[in-house]
Design a binder for this molecule. Structure first.
Ligand SMILES: Cc1cc2nc3c(=O)[nH]c(=O)nc-3n(C[C@H](O)[C@H](O)[C@H](O)COP(=O)(O)OP(=O)(O)OC[C@H]3O[C@@H](n4cnc5c(N)ncnc54)[C@H](O)[C@@H]3O)c2cc1C
Length: 390
């Protein structure tokens, strides 16, 4: 057990911090107000080699591990973007990169991984459906074999960054539930072009993460080529689970980044703002204690995330740690952003102070990508050996 970063990890953290701070809080406030996509920072992230941290070297990446990626994302997000920026990692190096690197064939890897690393190719991931949220195994979107490929029909909801995506990782049934050997049987993964006949999308208005659009996606008899299946036909669900756990690691990193900036902004304000006999409000325990609690929660989330990522990198099971890290980080970021608003009083409610955006954006991650209730279900069942409750 050792808690010190390597020299390489320290350099990676510094690079990520520099890129994140170059596009700091003001950049994100402006984009949030316009609902504009963060293209400039993503280009800078890719140019600095950060998108390709965990992608194999032969495909243009650095071939490092999930722990290195976690450290990079955390520092990048703490520069101003917060957890929203980590969502771009979930979509591209995770749902694009990890999926293709692990499950793709040589042609798929060669065709897509270099573009992902350079930022020329953008991904979205379409799993959630109106009738299948947390109950993922009940998805209904169906890919019907037509002899040379498939025809895809169905509907997805809440899909991030669809208008910007060139490719979508679609999770669909390839066997009707009634013909399956079990609920996990008969689900397959496809990477298809976003821009394809029969695929339409419609934006959903929402509370936060306003720089990354969310959409309903409709598949109306969309042609899927035989070359677009990724992984094993009918066996995609189990393969997807491991990718989802890497998504949790990146989510936790982003939330730790959010918690870090929100706490810092609150402390700076509390130490400057003087009220009652010229004392800084930061000298009151009522202000200090909740920020100290947020800091404790953040450190716990960070450590659990490093443990999850290290286990992953050593080919050991890490699902519990990835889920627990995400649960802790959701709470840490919630506490840090909420208390930052409270610390700043009326200023905390202003756009000028930035913390309202961090609070709005962080709130999502107690619901998605996995809700905290589903994390507790997982822990109760898998770590505590209690009966499955649902
Ligand atoms: C802004 C945004 C972006 C998203 N981006 C994507 C994306 O890019 N791709 C994608 O596929 N999906 C995406 N999602 C979907 C997200 O993963 C789901 O919203 C999430 O998994 C929860 O599903 P749901 O919204 O259907 O809630 P539901 O599953 O309907 O759950 C509602 C509530 O019931 C609770 N609940 C449900 N079942 C149980 C149970 N068994 N025990 C205890 N409590 C339970 C949940 O925890 C939750 O609190 C996004 C969502 C949002 C809001």
């Amino acid at each position: 057990m050792q808690f010190d970063p390597t020299e390489e990890q320290t350099m990676l953290a510094d690079t990520a911090r520099r890129v994140g701070e170059k596009f700091g809080l003001d950049y994100w406030r402006e984009l949030d107000a316009k609902g504009a996509f963060p293209s400039e920072i993503w280009q800078a992230v890719c140019e600095a080699g950060l998108c390709g941290v965990a992608i194999p070297e032969e495909h243009g990446g650095s071939g490092l591990g999930m722990l290195d990626l976690a450290i990079a994302v955390e520092n990048l997000c703490a520069g101003g973007g917060g957890v929203t920026l980590s969502q771009m990692f979930m979509l591209n190096p995770i749902f694009g990169g990890v999926t293709l690197a692990r499950l793709g064939n040589d042609d798929q890897k060669a065709a897509m991984l270099p573009g992902l690393v350079s930022g020329e190719l953008m991904f979205a991931m379409a799993l959630t459906e109106p009738n299948a949220g947390s109950n993922t195994l009940e998805i209904e979107t169906f890919a019907e074999a037509d002899g040379t490929g498939w025809r895809l029909t169905g509907q997805k909801i809440w899909i991030t960054a669809v208008p910007q995506a060139h490719k979508i990782l679609v999770i669909a049934r390839t066997k009707k539930l009634s013909d399956s050997a079990g609920k996990t049987d008969g689900i397959s993964l496809f990477v298809i072009d976003r821009d394809r006949e029969g695929l339409t999308h419609q934006a959903i208005d929402k509370l936060g993460t306003r720089t990354l659009p969310s959409s309903m996606v409709f598949f109306d008899n969309v042609r899927v080529e035989s070359t677009e299946l990724v992984g094993t036909l009918h066996g995609g669900f189990k393969q997807l689970l491991d990718v989802l756990n890497t998504e949790r690691v990146v989510t936790t990193s982003g939330l730790v980044g959010t918690a870090e900036i929100a706490t810092k902004l609150a402390i700076n304000y509390a130490n400057e703002r003087k009220l009652f006999r010229g004392q800084p409000i930061g000298s009151y325990q009522a202000i200090q204690f909740p920020l100290a609690e947020a800091h404790i929660q953040t450190e716990c989330a960070r450590l659990m995330n490093y443990k999850a990522a290290s286990l992953h990198d050593n080919d050991r099971p890490y699902g519990s740690e990835a889920n627990m890290g995400k649960w802790l980080a959701g709470h840490a970021a919630g506490q840090a952003t909420d208390r930052a608003i409270q610390t700043m009083g009326g200023m905390g409610y202003s756009k000028e102070a930035h913390v309202e955006r961090l609070w709005r954006d962080a709130r999502l991650f107690r619901i998605a990508p996995v809700s905290e209730e589903m994390v507790l279900n997982f822990v109760a069942q898998h770590d505590l050996g209690m009966p499955r409750s649902y």
